[in-house]
Write a protein that binds this ligand. Structure first.
Ligand code: HEM
Length: 387
């Protein structure tokens, strides 16, 4: 018998996963997809169960593109090893660590400096602003800002090319190797001279992480911690510019921007999945899964699950239904969650304050693509009045 998963292709998922996910939630919520060689799990309760049971659904998958591209890191291991790394790596990303002072004292001025350089008549909000702001923020918190924001972005794209290298393309593998090696050298130099300051890398050294742990986990942070706030800024601005009703609501009541950001994270879910491996034969929602099978919890789907949310596709600034899953739900919940949220908030606040007339450039269309990582590729905007 043909199953729903037999007809699912990566190309369709990249283009528009939402209708596919809606069908899976309704008819086959735990579904084997031959094109991906993994199970897709699409309902909130089942993904919450996966996330609560790392002993059944391990992050130490075999094979692991993540471990190959970055070296073994906190996202490729389980508790208790994971817990130890999390305890070392988390403090600089909390409000009481380097991220807190950075957000209160420096983030807005980085945003303003970047906005000084854009051409108000027309610019690409993603490449000229959101990407550089995200790169600059993470570089500063880590203590790698002396390399420049463009270099951070280059490392990020090189690593990500290899992480998503499902077809083993040698060119992507080479780009990944180059980024991995050059970033590894930069981190190693930083470890050697990180005497006394409050940057994250100095913190990791003082808190007893080995050089290899620091190198691999900083690679992980750079591969995930730049694209996501960048996409978050782009998605929130896209919604503000295309929904005059929501724009008026946050203009009238600026505190509602935080709610808008959460709703955009929920509805668009920039990181699509959490991928794990079954540690033994088991059943999930009545479906038999074999030991060793890869199982992907689809965060984008659970954030739109009709059994969990009222009118899930609506952006509702008065929604009171608990937190969403865009930063995941379990042991590997995003390490940079607090910092990432602040980057999106300050990034959006500063650009709207500087350019209150910001609008999409004439004829510009925003293409939002991706399954694993979903966001606008480019966003051409202008601040000149409509013709
Ligand atoms: C603001 C947008 C962001 C979103 C939507 C996001 C989303 C996520 C998600 C869904 C995970 C879980 C992945 C999994 O379990 O497979 C994760 C993990 C992670 N994120 Fe983020 N992230 C964001 C920003 C950041 C930033 C700014 C950093 C910078 C340090 C960061 C660093 C990490 C790390 C290191 C992990 C692995 C945590 C662990 O294994 O315990 N993220 N993120």
């Amino acid at each position: 018998m043909r199953r729903l998963g037999d007809d699912i292709t990566l190309a369709d998922l990249e283009l528009d996963p939402d209708p596919i996910m809606a069908r899976l939630r309704a008819d086959e919520p735990v579904c084997w997809v031959p094109a991906l060689e993994m199970w897709l799990v699409t309902r909130w309760d089942d993904v919450a169960f996966m996330e609560a049971h790392p002993e059944l659904f391990s992050a130490a998958t075999e094979p692991s593109l993540l471990a190959r591209a970055l070296g073994p890191n906190m996202l490729t291991c389980d508790p208790p090893e994971h817990t130890r790394l999390q305890q070392i790596m988390q403090p600089p990303f909390q409000p009481g660590g380097r991220s807190g002072s950075f957000v209160s004292d420096e983030l807005a001025s980085i945003a303003d400096t970047l906005l000084d350089t854009v051409d108000p008549a027309g610019f690409d909000l993603m490449a000229d602003y959101a990407q550089l702001l995200s790169a600059g923020a993470l570089a500063t918190v880590l203590g790698l800002d002396h390399h420049g924001y463009d270099q951070m972005w280059e490392w990020c794209t090189g690593l990500c090319a290899d992480i998503a290298n499902f077809g083993n393309d040698p060119k992507l593998a080479q780009a990944g190797e180059i980024a991995k090696a050059s970033l590894g050298e930069a981190i190693t130099r930083r470890i050697a001279d990180s005497a006394v300051d409050d940057t994250a890398i100095s913190w990791f050294v003082r808190d007893g992480a080995t050089p290899e742990e620091i190198v691999n986990n900083v690679r992980l942070m750079i591969s995930g911690g730049i694209n996501e706030p960048r996409d978050g800024i782009g998605l929130v601005i896209h919604v503000v510019l295309s929904r005059p009703d929501l724009r008026s609501e946050i203009e009238a009541s600026p505190a509602k921007l935080r709610r808008l950001i959460e709703e955009v994270f929920r509805v668009y879910t920039p990181v699509g999945t959490v991928t794990r491996q079954a540690t033994r034969d088991l059943e999930l929602a009545g479906v038999s899964i074999r030991q060793g099978d890869l199982v992907s919890g689809v965060l984008r789907s659970v954030n739109l699950d009709e059994t969990h949310w009222t009118d899930p596709t609506e952006i509702d600034l008065d929604r009171r239904e608990g937190s969403h899953a865009a930063f995941a739900l379990g042991a590997h919940r995003c390490l940079g969650e607090w910092l990432g949220r602040q980057e999106v908030r300050v990034g959006v606040e500063r650009i709207l304050a500087r350019f209150p007339e910001l609008r999409m450039a004439d004829g510009a269309d925003v293409e939002i693509r991706g399954f694993e990582f979903r966001g606008p590729r480019a966003m051409f905007v202008t601040t000149s009045p409509s013709p």
